[in-house]
Ligand binder design. Sequence first.
Ligand code: DAH
Length: 339
Amino acid sequence: MLEKIEAYLKEIESFSTSSKEELEQFRIKFIGSKGLLKDLFDDFKAVPKEQKKEAGQKLNALKNSATEKFQNLLNNLSNQTESKTENFDYSRPGTPINLGSQHPVSIVIKEMCDIFSRIGFTVKEGPEIEDDWHNFTALNFPEEHPARDMQDTFFINSESQHALRTHTSSVQIRVMENEKPPLRIIAPGRVFRNEAISARSHCIFHQVEGFYIDKDVSFADLKQTLQYFAKEFFGKAKIRLRPSYFPFTEPSAEMDVYWGLETETDYKITKGTGWLEVLGCGMIDPNVLENCGIDSKIYSGYAFGIGVERIAMQRFNIPDIRMIFENDIRFLNQFKSVI
Ligand code: DAH
């Protein structure tokens, strides 16, 4: 037995490898649960008493030598794999991060806010659930006005005290009640109307409200501001103002931008007229100013409200308004390059 141990010790000493497989063979041969050491320990039981001491020591030495050898070779191998990571090429391009995209409505709203910010307007927001005062009464809507009808407004409670706002003009009232003129505000937001959903209209949409209140604000100021907006946003300088009616402005107008009639699409989006309807506007009715505690003998103001969806549809060639609210990833992905 002692000779056997000596021979194995020599074998272990001279063993070396850089291959994982060979090292595993070594482990199985010596240390494994069915390995040589196991056999030798079994044989050890039969060793005569007087040889036991020496044989036991040798056997332990063999066991230690085998485990030590195995551990050392294993460490060498794992150091080698670590040094492989040290050679990693840091100039390699990284894994691309999927960046997502901005919603077409957000793109248009952001651009509008940027354009008005450049001429001193400040962005303000108001609540989407409004009371009758801010959405209608303070804005000079007569008690019997059809816009208050259940047809158009989503009321929250049966007493009709609260509703989803039907326009962002309510933000005018909220700001005027809390701040003193001069006021130059742009207020983007979501609005709600109880309308049948079709390719052209939806019960949810967005508006960008703007208004300016100061001493001596005139219709000429309104026109200049709108002219600037048309030039910046559409790249078109020709606008026209058609007389219109809104309860909260007097006089009231609607602005069209001259789009041209060069292509078939021009015909389509301007309904063959060459003019694109863009917004409603007017001089803030003195009643509205007074409702908010602003002296209409000292101050005057103009206001305008732009519908966002129609402009987004025209800009990005979106054929159906419902696509804007469905959040189909195939639709949204198309706006990646616009940011
Ligand atoms: N609030 C109007 C609407 O929802 C849009 C509007 C028109 C806003 C004229 C204004 C304005 O501020 O002056 O149809």
